[in-house]
Design a protein around this ligand. Structure first.
Ligand code: TMP
Ligand code: ZN
Length: 407
């Protein structure tokens, strides 16, 4: 659905650029199709609530369905990260014997498993039946549904009020944040907290990591935007924790107004965002220029490689790579194949540009001259794995102008 008013506050939106026609980021194809679904991907800035959002987003059913290709358990590093997240929630916000943790977008149970193992009451909510099935097989109580006010009433009815609602890399997927906030307020008890982490706008602007924007990511959050959005529903931003994950994320903690102390870091980060003009349209005009420069740079690297007879392969058929490939117009003429460890992505074609996705084993037998690291947000984990195992003089690159792959 395309909008011309801010999804959150209904005020004027400023569309500052377009990435052009985009397919579904996780819509890997078993074979070429003529009528592949595309939508116009244009981010816009709301100068009233300061949110950055897409003006058009495909229907949720197009993206989150029973064949959803994303399983969080793929990454060892993320398993460790989510254990740390779960421990942190308990250390800081446990209500001792009264804990009931609800996760929005619980995927394959990678986070809630940490609560399940401690016999803490929990519930995962996720719209994709295939991932919920995996979660259950790990002993994680889960239900297949979208979260919102209606679901919150059902959960209160079936299980009682929650001490914490948590989520990771999910909140920025949800278009109707007013309904989420209303549902969260209804589900939480008086001292309850709403905690979520998502890719951080500040990191995206700094790194020019425009590939954070794709169909699922309808918002890219900043502290000033979420403070406004959830503030309108009786919540107060009480804590912030910057994260390394997903190329730079932020963990936000909200409590019901007046229920808990506000940590000093909240004002520090809010002030830093204002000092860096996150509330001004000019910041987004500058970002647009940086995206165009990044595109020119990447196309030059890849065409030079081609002209020099070098083979090029991608590492990680990430959702983010769909934005890069389609925005820059990069197909199989410039990248021979992309390696990915996820079985259901293997032997498919990438959305829109139709680059073959191959297994990691295929990659090891066909090491190219140039490797473009699409899973750049997992660089440390990947470099650790690949260091010393590739017996060839390869060049690692990314689309990011300020990022060196240290191998
Ligand atoms: P993400 O950036 O959205 O987390 O997706 C990462 C993708 O990269 C996922 O499809 C798995 C793939 N991947 C590999 O192929 N090899 C790796 O070593 C890692 C960490 C990820
Ligand atoms: Zn707004």
């Amino acid at each position: 659905m395309k909008i011309d008013k801010c999804r959150v506050c209904n005020e004027g939106l400023r569309e500052f650029m377009t990435y052009g026609k985009m397919p579904i980021a996780n819509g890997f194809l078993k074979e070429k199709v003529e009528d592949e679904y595309h939508f116009e991907m244009s981010p816009a800035f709301c100068s009233s609530c300061f949110s950055l959002q897409l003006v058009e987003q495909p229907d949720a059913e197009q993206m989150f369905h029973d064949e959803y290709a994303f399983f969080s358990r793929q990454s060892k590093f993320m398993q460790i990260h989510f254990k740390g997240y779960a421990d942190w929630v308990l250390e800081n916000y446990s209500q001792q014997g009264d804990d009931f943790i609800v996760e929005i977008g619980s995927n394959d149970g990678i986070m809630l498993e940490n609560f399940a193992k401690k016999n803490i009451k929990h519930l995962g909510v996720d719209p994709s039946a295939n991932v919920v099935e995996v979660a259950r097989s790990f002993g994680v109580q889960s239900q297949v549904s979208f979260f919102g006010y209606e679901t919150s009433k059902q959960i209160v009815n079936d299980y009682g009020k929650a001490s914490a609602i948590i989520s990771a890399n999910v909140m920025c997927h949800l278009p109707d944040l007013n309904d989420i906030a209303k549902g969260a307020f209804n589900l939480l008890n008086d001292k309850g907290v709403l905690i979520f982490e998502d890719p951080y706008l500040g990191s995206m602007l700094e790194k020019v990591s425009y590939d954070q924007i794709y169909d699922e990511h309808v918002y890219i959050f900043s502290a000033i935007s979420v403070k406004n959005i959830f503030g309108n529903h009786g919540f107060e931003l009480i804590n912030l924790l910057p994260q390394e994950t997903h190329g730079g994320s932020m963990r936000y903690v909200f409590a019901k107004k007046g229920a808990r102390d506000i940590q000093p870091i909240v004002n520090e980060i809010v002030q830093n965002e204002l000092d860096n003009n996150f509330d001004k349209p000019s910041t987004y005009e500058k970002f647009k220029e940086n995206c165009e420069l990044s595109k020119t740079r990447l196309l030059k690297i890849l065409t030079d490689a081609k002209n020099n007879g070098l083979s090029v392969a991608g590492y990680g058929a990430t959702s983010k790579s769909t934005t890069i490939l389609n925005y820059c117009g990069i197909g199989p003429d410039l990248i021979d194949f992309i390696s990915d460890t996820t079985p259901i992505k293997q032997n498919t074609l990438t959305p829109g540009k139709h680059i073959p996705v191959k297994s990691y084993e295929y990659f090891k037998e066909n090491i190219p001259d140039v490797i473009i690291l699409f899973a750049w947000n997992h660089a440390n984990e990947i470099i650790e794995k690949e260091k010393g195992s590739i017996n060839k003089d390869v060049k690692w690159i990314t689309h990011l102008p300020f990022f060196e792959v240290g191998i």
